[in-house]
Design a protein. Structure first.
Length: 260
């Protein structure tokens, strides 16, 4: 167990639970949290006894994406951060355990990508996937564009990503991103019950079914993500991103004063 409590990993027989635990920051991820998240994921992937990984979060939001207090400062640093997120999301898609994401409140930017990378998505009825990338002068990262197209369809993905839009839980249900939308107070018990149900099934059938399903959509993923990392690095150095961030700074300072 790491001394850093921003993430908690608990392995209970065949079920691993990985909890984002920065509720005061809406579970935003900086470089340190990303590195720890990757280490925990790898530990789960390497544990032959784990059949199910349940990913959840403390507080009113699932994950607000990148931590604005620890952003990279150069295009190449951004590229490395994007590649780290990509590797983690690819590992979720390719590891043997079934990955369940239980999402409440906002899952924004990289947080939305994290939710999309799970095999099964549960959403509280107040949950929302937010895709603000173009509004920040950026492109989708963490595999967002690939995953959203693969799981929700090209037309829906284009609309959301080009408009910097958001998808509420009811819309996610309607377009097939999730079959499971529950009241917020039922999210945790429903997610745990699903994890326990899956953990009772034959492990070999689970991993082979996951592998079979992945063949229909994931073959192009590595090439797309390589292009994504390069394009993201480029866009961070363009004027549109700098202008968008300059517009955000007064809002960020005002929010900090209000919360202080």
């Amino acid at each position: 167990m790491s001394g850093d409590d921003s993430l908690r990993l608990q392995i209970d027989g065949p079920i691993a639970t990985l909890t984002l635990n920065r509720p005061d920051k809406l579970n935003a991820m900086g470089a340190q949290t990303r590195a720890l998240f990757g280490a925990h994921l790898q530990r789960v992937a390497d544990d032959a006894g784990v059949r199910v990984l349940l990913l959840n979060a403390e507080g009113r939001a699932f994950c607000a994406g990148a931590d604005l207090g620890s952003l990279p400062t150069t295009a190449l640093d951004w590229r490395e951060r994007v590649i780290a997120a990509q590797r983690q999301h690819q590992l979720m898609a390719t590891m043997n355990p079934v990955v369940i994401a239980a999402v409440q409140g906002a899952a924004a930017g990289g947080g939305a990508a994290l939710a999309l990378a799970a095999d099964i998505l549960l959403m509280a009825d107040d949950a929302c996937l937010r895709f603000p990338f173009v509004r920040l002068g950026l492109i989708p990262d963490g595999g967002t564009a690939f995953l959203l197209q693969a799981k929700a369809g090209t037309a829906t993905a284009l609309d959301l990503l080009l408009s910097g839009g958001a998808m509420a839980a009811a819309e996610a249900f309607a377009c097939g991103l999730t079959r499971r939308v529950v009241p917020p107070d039922r999210l945790a018990p429903q997610a745990r019950a699903l994890a326990e149900e899956l953990a009772r099934l034959p492990a070999q059938s689970l991993l082979l079914t996951k592998s079979l399903m992945r063949q229909t959509w994931a073959a192009r993923m590595p090439g797309v993500l390589a292009h994504e990392a390069d394009a993201f690095a480029l866009v961070t150095a363009l004027p549109g991103h700098a202008q968008a961030m300059a517009r955000m700074r007064p809002q960020t300072r005002a929010s900090a004063k209000e919360s202080g």
